[in-house]
Design a protein around this ligand. Structure first.
Ligand code: COA
Length: 259
């Protein structure tokens, strides 16, 4: 049982809710250690096909690092906490299943960084996004300076990170930070619909494709192309590939096993 997280499974879709609504789901040290334990569990779950991540309550996805815990953060602690959170968020980024962030309110600081580590972001009309760290005299430490420019471009990322200003859902959509803006009451249903659609695809193909696309962000094009080619070759060896191609040619729906 977790204090700061709720984890449920609906068939083969995981739903992870960050659960500190009274503190707008701010990321505390306790939350990070619970998240590490949950990730140990999720990484081993062979049946899981997609994960949805959201925030408890109707105000926030995650409003950043717990500012109370920033009081004692000196350089040594800052480096340790930043490295630890970067690692945890990278584990989310690299999960074998796609992760959909359903942003239901404020996604600020570490909350924005968490959403950036997800594979796909959708949000409600109420969502607001920002990197307010600079206003506290610090800079993002959970991967934001690297992932944000890759997603929205250097100039947009600079403006968000240097001003600390928030942007609303429509602006987030306009700059490509989120894929869809939905009425609040439709957000979770749409997230589930998207997760189920991906879950219906051949799991190994989804996994290899996610890994190859993630690699495209690492800068070295030659090794990205090589990885794509090897993973493509590997996908050609699967039972699901045989089934997918036969099903198309026989004009029927494929039945996939993840093998
Ligand atoms: N860390 C710790 N507590 C936080 C928090 C955070 N990042 N964000 C919000 N909270 C707490 C507030 O202190 C308040 O607690 P209290 O009721 O015990 O006083 C509660 O959550 C509700 O927040 P409140 O500020 O009253 O809500 P609001 O609607 O007036 O404002 C925000 C919402 C998001 C604009 C505002 O809470 C905010 O600016 N939060 C900090 C965002 C931030 O700088 N994050 C990056 C940290 S590196």
């Amino acid at each position: 049982m977790y204090k700061t997280l709720i984890y449920e499974k609906k068939e083969n879709i995981g739903l992870l809710t960050i659960n500190r609504p009274e503190k707008l789901n701010a990321i505390s040290n306790e939350l990070i250690s619970e998240l590490k334990k949950l990730l140990d569990e999720i990484e081993k779950d062979e049946d899981l096909r997609a994960l949805i991540l959201t925030g408890a309550g109707d105000k926030a996805f995650v409003a950043g690092a717990d500012i109370k815990e920033l009081v004692d953060r000196d350089a040594r602690l800052g480096r340790r906490v930043s490295q630890e959170r970067q690692e945890v968020f990278s584990r989310i980024e690299n999960l074998p299943v796609p992760v959909i962030a359903a942003v239901n309110g404020y996604a600020l600081g570490g909350g924005l960084e968490l959403a950036l580590a997800c594979s796909i972001r959708i949000c409600s009309e109420k969502a607001q996004f920002g990197a307010p760290e600079v206003k506290l005299g610090i800079i993002p430490g959970d991967g934001g300076t690297q992932r944000l420019p890759r997603l929205v471009g250097l100039g947009r990322a600079m403006e968000l990170i240097l001003t600390g200003d928030f942007i609303d859902a429509q602006e987030a959509y306009r700059i490509g930070l989120v894929n869809k803006v939905l009425p609040q009451e439709e957000l979770m249903d749409k997230a589930m619909e998207l997760a189920k659609k991906i879950a219906s695809r051949p799991p190994l193909a989804v996994r290899f494709a996610k890994e190859a696309v993630n690699r495209s962000q690492e800068g070295d094009a030659a090794s990205g192309f090589a990885l794509e080619s090897y993973l493509h070759a590997l996908s050609c060896t699967t039972e699901d590939k045989k089934e997918g191609v036969s099903a198309f040619l026989e004009k029927r729906k494929g039945k996939f096993k993840g093998k």
